[in-house]
Design a protein around this ligand. Structure first.
Ligand SMILES: Cc1cc2nc3c(=O)[nH]c(=O)nc-3n(C[C@H](O)[C@H](O)[C@H](O)COP(=O)(O)O)c2cc1C
Length: 241
């Protein structure tokens, strides 16, 4: 008798547990399915040009920090050229990049913020550069330049640039081999990207600014960065005013 009276309460507990677990696993399965169904949209960029009209010397001479831009939109080809100069693959078989990297560990990831009518043929949004296929993947849609301005201590001039390029890095990719000194190496590499962007912008008739005064946390949030990436340099680019 005693044992029999246990069964109804056991059955009720099992039913209650199932009721609690099933909706949870159903939601999880749905989310996973949604993720699987919606891979980040990838946009192939046109190949970069390997010749230019300005000499390196002329580009070095002309380079200045530009803080005033025309509203004129850029072309996808110009965006392609800038991303290639920052992290593009130039080294054939070994996939070496446009800038040197300690141990060829490539800790840098490039992000691109496109404003409304900032680039012909590219919607306003945040994009992540994929060097191997030379394409960008969509991170979020919409114009986030105001949020970048807020994150950069209200430097309003940034918001007038049609595009804002943000250099981020994963320190661990380099410190795993070079320990503490790897931090220095990552910063040196970011400097190379900065100068390449300055010179490439000049060479295609554009100007670039450079911004180090910003909140890492705010900019990481605007870009939706994974926790391993730190934003290390902001460079607004456009036609000079
Ligand atoms: C690491 C770094 C951070 C900088 N941060 C800012 C910034 O937050 N805002 C700004 O207006 N300029 C910034 N600048 C630009 C400098 O003010 C500029 O390079 C300097 O005035 C020299 O001018 P030039 O670049 O035209 O030669 C930064 C430059 C560097 C190298």
């Amino acid at each position: 008798m005693k044992n029999r009276s246990l069964y109804p309460s056991l059955t009720i507990s099992i039913l209650l547990t199932l009721l609690l677990l099933i909706p949870g696993s159903f939601t999880l399965a749905c989310r996973q399915e949604q993720k699987a169904q919606q891979p980040a949209a990838e946009i192939k960029l046109p190949p970069p040009s390997l010749t230019g009209k300005l000499s390196v010397e002329e580009a070095i001479k002309a380079r200045r920090t530009i803080r005033s831009f025309q509203p004129q939109p850029l072309t996808v080809s110009q965006v392609s050229q800038l991303l290639w100069a920052s992290q593009g693959i130039t080294g054939g078989r070994d996939n070496l990049r446009a800038v040197p990297s300690a141990g060829a560990l490539d800790p840098i990831e490039m992000y691109l913020v496109v404003g409304d009518k900032g680039v012909e043929g590219l919607e306003a949004g945040i994009y992540h550069y994929l060097p191997k296929p030379h394409s960008v993947e969509v991170v979020t849609k919409g114009d986030s330049r105001d949020k970048v301005v807020d994150g950069a201590l209200g430097q309003r001039w940034i918001g007038a640039a049609p595009i804002v390029m943000i250099v981020t890095a994963d320190y661990a990719r380099t410190t795993v081999k070079y320990k503490e000194r790897g931090i220095r190496y990552v910063h040196i590499e970011v400097g190379h990207v900065g100068q390449n962007l300055f010179l490439q912008a000049e060479a295609i008739g554009l100007g670039a600014g450079i911004v180090g005064a910003y909140s890492d946390e705010q900019i990481a949030k605007v870009l939706g960065l994974p926790s391993e990436l730190t934003p290390l340099l902001i460079m607004p680019v456009g036609y000079k005013k």
